[in-house]
Design a binder for this molecule. Structure first.
Ligand SMILES: Cc1cc2nc3c(=O)[nH]c(=O)nc-3n(C[C@H](O)[C@H](O)[C@H](O)COP(=O)(O)OP(=O)(O)OC[C@H]3O[C@@H](n4cnc5c(N)ncnc54)[C@H](O)[C@@H]3O)c2cc1C
Length: 467
């Protein structure tokens, strides 16, 4: 029997497949689309995702294909200087289109032995105490011990599980596409600067290859979101918003998105899990969705692998929902706040002006930025030490030592021991600014201290019984 079926080869699905393969878990990824998408929804990676790429030895490939942008702090389009004290070795945004991120993660997963079957839509699902069976569109079936729905915001897996997806329906729709413009670049830039003084949901940015990424409000375009927008829709909306269509022509792709905000009530039902957009959707303000999905996968991967490999403590799989649900709820909250602040109504504008003044305080800006970049995420492990539950920033060779995806005891004293867990946890003498620390495979600190008995308690909690 297959160990794990992953439904969906988007960024969340392929990241998860790679994490499972690091631990030798058998993975089949079922993807409905015959070909990878060319649509560049997400344009970049934030600090925590960049750190994750570093922790898995993927950063070189990402840096080679992306562009490091000098940092400023963004919140609802309010731009302030980057706080100098941000706690990371990677203080930049990595500009990289979503199809490139997906390709790099897919290559990584396949390189580790994941099998990706394209043109294979899942249409049904059943599970019992021992296995999950997926029905495929071609009439065949596939059975595995576990299944993870990484099948996007309209997730069929979530619907088949009957998991509630409460929240707000979309109210504001936006058109997004890539096309050529005949107007000179200076004209486009000048008109855009003027229009954006009042309408922040308008933009026309050069992509460097003759094409522009155009974003424009969809108000007045066909109500039915299933109808794809046309270049004429874009031209009409550009005229309505900016007074000109810049001579738009030859679109590469055109799409439309809404601002629905919803979250799955449960991330797990029996042997089936939800991750990425299948578990949460929100407006793209702040560019967080893809990052959140990658981080879901990074949290779930080692836990599911531990279960398959037979050493997971009893409640380990349930910590996935417990840890990741609050993180996404917080992102839903900040994106909803940002959408409101983009409104041209006087009330939201007044709050926006006030927030802009507050963001002149470095502590305020840092707080918001640590949220958007996800480096302030702290899981509740019931421990008072400030480092416990947080991810550990890079120190020296630390991230290099995490590439195997195993646990790590960082012990500068050399006095502690992982005997009994040495098959799951590495023991290294690195200096990381604390006496000694136990790191989970996702880089979050499970324990800080000096006492061997205490350490044994935490090893048992996260890595199961000694061998
Ligand atoms: C305009 C826009 C801009 C954005 N910008 C950013 C940004 O800058 N930064 C950021 O972090 N995020 C951004 N996002 C969000 C980001 O694009 C998503 O969060 C991300 O794609 C989610 O990844 P996923 O793998 O969870 O889901 P998806 O990317 O939706 O992938 C799901 C996959 O599952 C497949 N699938 C669906 N149903 C089935 C089925 N039944 N059987 C088999 N396969 C199936 C689909 O074909 C698809 O390949 C943006 C989104 C939009 C709309």
């Amino acid at each position: 029997m297959i160990d794990v079926i992953v439904v969906g080869a988007g960024p969340t699905g392929v990241m998860l497949a790679a994490e499972l393969r690091l631990h030798g878990v058998g993975v089949v990824v079922l993807e409905a689309a015959a070909e990878p998408t060319r649509i560049a929804k997400a344009l970049g990676l934030h600090v925590r995702s960049i750190e994750i790429m570093d922790q898995r030895g993927l950063l070189g490939g990402f840096l080679a294909e992306g562009r490091q942008h000098p940092l400023s702090s963004h919140f609802a389009g309010i731009i302030k200087p980057w706080p100098v004290t941000l706690d990371t070795a990677h203080p930049y945004i990595l500009g990289i289109p979503q199809p490139t991120t997906e390709r790099l993660l897919t290559e990584h997963a396949v390189g580790l032995g994941a099998e990706i079957r394209r043109g294979n839509a899942v249409v049904g699902l059943t599970q019992d105490d021992h296995a999950v069976t997926a029905d495929l569109a071609d009439g065949t079936r596939l059975t595995a011990r576990y299944l993870v729905g990484c099948d996007g915001g309209r997730s069929l897996v979530r619907k088949l599980l009957g998991v509630g997806f409460p929240g707000e329906a979309s109210r504001v729709d936006t058109l997004l596409g890539e096309m050529e413009l005949t107007a000179p670049p200076e004209t486009v830039a000048a008109v855009m600067a003027e229009v954006r003084k009042t309408e922040l949901r308008f933009g026309a940015g050069p992509l460097g290859d003759g094409f522009y990424r155009v974003i424009v409000p969809a108000a007045g375009v066909a109500d039915d979101r299933a109808v794809p927008p046309s270049i004429d829709d874009f031209r009409r909306q550009m005229v309505a918003t900016a007074g000109t269509d810049f001579g738009a022509h030859s679109p590469r792709w055109l799409s439309r998105f809404g601002d629905a905000t919803r979250q799955a009530e449960r991330y797990r039902v029996g042997r089936v899990f939800l991750a990425g957009d299948a578990a949460h959707i929100h407006p793209p303000t702040g560019g967080q969705g893809l990052n959140l999905g990658i981080q879901d996968a990074f949290n779930l991967g080692w836990k599911l692998a531990a279960q398959v490999n037979g050493w997971a403590p009893d409640d380990l799989l349930d910590t996935y929902h417990a840890e990741r649900h609050p993180v996404a709820a917080d992102v839903l909250n900040n994106t909803a706040a940002q959408m409101l602040l983009l409104s041209t109504e006087p009330g939201p504008q007044a709050v926006r002006n006030l927030l802009s003044e507050l963001m002149d305080f470095e502590n305020v800006t840092r707080f918001l930025l640590e949220k958007i970049t996800a480096i302030s995420v702290r899981y509740d492990f019931g421990d008072d030490h400030d480092a416990v539950g947080r991810r550990m920033r890079a120190h020296g060779r630390l991230y290099e030592l995490m590439r195997t995806g195993r646990g790590l005891l960082v012990d500068p004293t050399g006095r502690l021991s992982v005997e009994g867990w040495a098959d799951r946890v590495d023991h290294v003498n690195e200096e990381v600014g604390v006496p000694a620390a136990l790191l989970r495979p996702d880089g979050h600190v499970a324990w800080v201290g000096e006492d061997q008995d205490e350490l044994v308690g935490r090893l048992t909690r996260w890595f199961g019984k000694p061998a």
